[in-house]
Design a protein around this ligand. Structure first.
Ligand code: HAX
Length: 435
């Protein structure tokens, strides 16, 4: 057993009695109430999910295991010469809440390498899809195609509930370790004439991904940063919630994460990073080579709103301030690409868009989210095929959701099954002023 798995088991044994006690002794304590607008309006803010891996505060933004983004980056071990920690050490941290020692980080790196080989049939499945298939369909299909590898599904009938976490952990690690090769294959197959670059087993998750993408340094660090920033945003967002929901039926990690990816592919969620670049490129096209000004950015934003569309990369269901994931990427740009024209334009949009959205008066949060900034960095390092960007998000999101469903099994979280009501019932309760 690796030290990560042994540590995880210790943590599971610590937490299990606390969860059991909450259920047994305090199960009927009321922690929230539900209003009609929450019922119709997407269950905003209803407190009915549990995770210890991350917490999203509307003002402060995300904390991973209690640490904000700068604290997370500072605390985790880095490879010599690297600016950002490895994905492997971050996964250790997310699963256990502990910072791995360099030896533990190296052990998980070796463990991931032993799991990283993607079965050949996965590439056959991808090659069989039409070339103009969206890369998110390719990623989700590749993940789903590997379901027959599931150790959880294979062990399910002979297993006790307390042991479910073990093969779920194995599936989570197997699947996560394979994602760089799958994602890089999709990119090279779709956009680089199928010229595939073989994995380099000496490299860590982020560096091997950069290598297989064919993008030189510092793209290894860009990848580490990007995957960690996109990993987790507590449990209520569509991709995390979908993964959790599907896993609650004891579907394995392959079924569950593939479903989560399909949710991530929606324009109000992860696809927003593609939409942002699409918006910027069509804006630049209209400028016809002229320098953008704050005035014509403002006009273009109003045109989008007036045509009934959202401004991609702005707004959030929970956050009420600039997303710290946006800020972390902006700081990267200030350091590495301060004079990049696209970065300057994104900054100009940041100066103008919150005012426009506030004036329009609909959104509760006029500030940018993670997706407003992420494409600039990818574009700068040569990844200009922006319909691929959500795949990058998907690889990062896997870290959080796969760690979460491992814990779901460890703590025996139940089949998810909220209750629905009818419109007539709501009308009746509305008339009575409550149920
Ligand atoms: N542009 C225009 N209108 C917006 C808006 C935006 N960026 N953000 C919110 N609104 C509108 C909503 O569409 C809604 O309008 P209606 O009343 O006509 O339905 C109104 O403002 C109130 O919405 P809200 O309560 O502020 O926001 P929601 O919780 O309903 O939605 C969204 C949150 C992220 C979906 C929303 O802000 C949005 O559509 N943003 C643009 C798309 C985007 O960037 N998505 C990525 C979000 C981060 C993420 O998940 N990344 O993966």
């Amino acid at each position: 057993m690796t030290r990560l798995k042994a540590r995880l088991l210790e943590k599971i044994q610590e937490l299990r009695p606390r969860t059991a006690n909450l259920l047994k002794e305090h199960g009927k304590v009321v922690i929230d109430e539900v209003t009609i607008d929450q019922c119709i309006g997407g269950a905003r803010d209803i407190k009915c999910l549990v995770t210890d891996l991350s917490y999203l505060d509307s003002q402060e933004g995300i904390r991973f295991r209690g640490k904000n983004i700068p604290e997370t980056f500072a605390a985790l071990p880095k490879l010599p010469g690297a600016e950002y920690p490895t994905v492997e050490s971050f996964f250790f941290f997310m699963l256990t809440g502990d910072i791995p020692t360099p030896e533990e980080a190296e052990e998980i790196h070796q463990d991931f390498r032993s799991r990283a080989k993607v079965p050949a049939y996965v590439f056959d499945v991808l090659r069989a899809l039409p070339k103009d298939t969206h890369p998110m369909v390719m990623l989700s299909s590749a993940v789903l195609a590997m379901q027959k590898e599931s150790k959880f599904a294979a062990a399910y009938h002979g297993m006790k509930k307390n042991d479910y976490w073990d093969p779920m952990y194995e599936d989570a690690c197997d699947l996560l370790a394979k994602l760089p090769e799958i994602a890089a294959f999709i990119y090279r197959y779709k956009y680089k004439n199928g010229e595939i670059i073989a994995s380099d087993p000496t490299l860590d998750f982020g560096a091997d991904f950069a290598h297989m993408m064919g993008i030189p340094k510092p793209y290894d660090d860009v990848s580490r940063m990007y995957f960690i920033l996109h990993s987790d945003h507590e449990s209520g967002n569509v991709s995390a919630h979908t993964t959790h929901l599907v896993a609650s039926a004891l579907s394995d990690a392959y079924y569950s994460f593939s479903a989560g990816l399909n949710g991530l592919a929606g324009p109000l969620h992860g696809l927003a990073n593609q939409e942002v670049l699409d918006w910027i490129k069509s804006f630049q096209k209209k400028l016809n080579g002229a320098e953008p000004t704050e005035e014509n950015v403002k006009q273009a934003l109003w045109d989008t709103l007036n045509s009934g569309h959202v401004i991609p990369g702005y707004g959030h269901a929970v956050l009420r301030k600039t997303d710290p994931r946006y800020t972390a990427q902006m700081e990267f740009c200030q350091k590495h690409l301060p004079n990049d024209p696209l970065f300057k334009l994104v900054n100009m949009i940041y100066r103008v868009a919150p005012g426009v959205l506030t004036e329009q008066g609909k959104t509760k949060n006029p500030w940018p989210n993670v997706d407003a900034q992420s494409g600039v960095i990818q574009w700068y390092y040569g990844l200009t095929e922006y319909d691929y960007y959500t795949v990058l998000f998907g690889v990062g999101r896997a870290i959080g959701v796969l760690a979460n469903i491992t814990w779901d099994r460890a703590l025996g979280y139940a089949l998810e099954r909220p209750k629905s009501v009818t419109t007539a019932m709501l009308e009746e309760w509305a008339t009575k002023g409550g149920r």
